[in-house]
Design a protein around this ligand. Structure first.
Ligand SMILES: NC(=O)c1ccc[n+]([C@@H]2O[C@H](COP(=O)([O-])OP(=O)(O)OC[C@H]3O[C@@H](n4cnc5c(N)ncnc54)[C@H](O)[C@@H]3O)[C@@H](O)[C@H]2O)c1
Length: 352
């Protein structure tokens, strides 16, 4: 690996500051250019992250022949169109979640990525935490036996991103907590199960806090406006996988609950159970004849860099397998679409 990979960032909001640090930490990558519709935030990101080129438009950034890869972190409505534009400009793309506003949009991006012959991935950072990777290793080495059920959850007490910003608006965000934090835990859960083949989905979403000006947290740099809050701030779903495994998903930006924030995936297997945040293993020790809860889980992890950007970069520059594939991302989007449809119709959605 001798080449340096140059990144262009589209979006200079809250997550991009963190993402630029991750890219710049890699010895063979750096952020060369950035663009944001808001010139103040663009300047701030460029100064704080040492990005030399501030581009007034996405077109200017994408026309730069020195840029190899593009990171997209903007309101969800622009995920698919900007991904398509970047791929067609010959760039590899790492898009922040969620994939798109619908499966149809996501499938269009996937088709463009394939015909352009460029690498496209979704940056699902939760897959890369050390604890999640340890549990993935336990599952891969069959230490849980048959996993028949999994619980995926991210429940915040007062954690709606800044009210009055795009996050709460259906036209710009597509959905609320489901697309913001539900998607993380759903994706992580299916990744741990190594199962992206659902057969049916039943779901319900609720809007109970943001629409009353309640439940606000502090995430997001976009300016407040009087934009309407019309997305879910609570979502729940029951998903059956084709092999019979079941998954329950609960996500809340705001709800009345004991803890400020708790999230994770819990797996229920025939031989052992496990959870991810933090990693723990639960099983009966048949030799000692006692039940044990193992808090220091020992396991070999696949991505010691613990970072989505390092995975994308290493995949482009060497032979590290890409963790998040397009097909997996499409499967997650299919389930998200089905949750919305099931909530709207009051019926289960069954896949052929
Ligand atoms: N992976 C994660 O854990 C994680 C965490 C937070 C956010 N995100 C995702 O990252 C994206 C951005 O979130 P954020 O928290 O940084 O939001 P933010 O509101 O802080 O920033 C969004 C930025 O996008 C800019 N923007 C809006 N439309 C644009 C366009 N068409 N072209 C260029 N710039 C545009 C805005 O001016 C703003 O600076 C969202 O899709 C969000 O879901 C991911």
């Amino acid at each position: 690996m001798s080449k340096t990979l140059n990144f262009g960032f589209i979006g200079a909001g809250q997550i991009s500051t963190w993402s630029a640090q991750c890219v710049n930490k890699h010895p063979q990558a750096n952020v060369l250019a950035a663009h944001d519709l808001n010139p103040v935030r663009l300047q701030e990101l460029c100064e704080s992250s040492g990005i030399p080129r501030a581009c007034k438009t996405a077109e200017e950034l994408l026309a730069d022949p020195e840029i190899d890869a593009v990171y997209i972190a903007v309101p969800n409505k622009f995920h698919a169109p900007l991904s398509i534009q970047a791929l067609q400009a010959g760039k590899h793309v790492i898009l922040d979640k969620p994939f798109a506003l619908s499966l149809a949009e996501a499938e269009t991006v996937a088709a463009v990525a394939r015909s352009a012959g460029k690498v496209f991935t979704l940056g699902m950072n939760q897959r890369f935490t050390k604890d999640a990777q340890k549990i993935k290793a336990l599952v891969a080495t069959d230490q849980l036996g048959e996993i028949y059920h999994a619980k995926a959850y991210w429940l915040r007490r007062e954690g709606i991103p800044r009210l009055g910003t795009w996050f709460g608006n259906k036209e710009l965000a597509g959905a609320g907590c489901l697309y913001d934090i539900g998607v993380h835990m759903l994706d992580l859960c299916l990744h741990l199960l190594d199962n992206f083949d659902p057969v049916s989905v039943s779901g319900a979403t609720y809007t109970r806090f943001g629409n009353r000006g309640r439940g606000e947290g502090d995430w997001g740099k976009s300016d407040r406006t009087d934009i309407v809050f019309d997305v879910d701030d609570f979502a729940t779903a029951f998903i059956r996988m084709r092999n019979g495994t079941t998954v329950s998903l609960d996500a809340a930006w705001a709800c009345h609950t004991e803890l400020k924030d708790r999230h994770g995936v819990t797996l229920f297997g025939s031989e052992a159970g496990a959870c991810t945040h933090p990693a723990k293993l639960f099983r009966r020790n048949l030799v000692k004849e006692e039940y044990e809860v193992i808090e220091e889980v020992e396991a070999d992890i696949l991505y010691p860099h613990l970072d989505r950007f390092h995975n994308f970069i290493n995949h482009l520059l060497s032979d590290e397998p890409l963790c998040v594939t397009i097909d997996q991302a499409l499967a997650v989007q299919r389930i998200l679409d089905a949750i919305a449809e099931s909530s709207r119709t009051g019926r289960e959605v069954v896949f052929a």
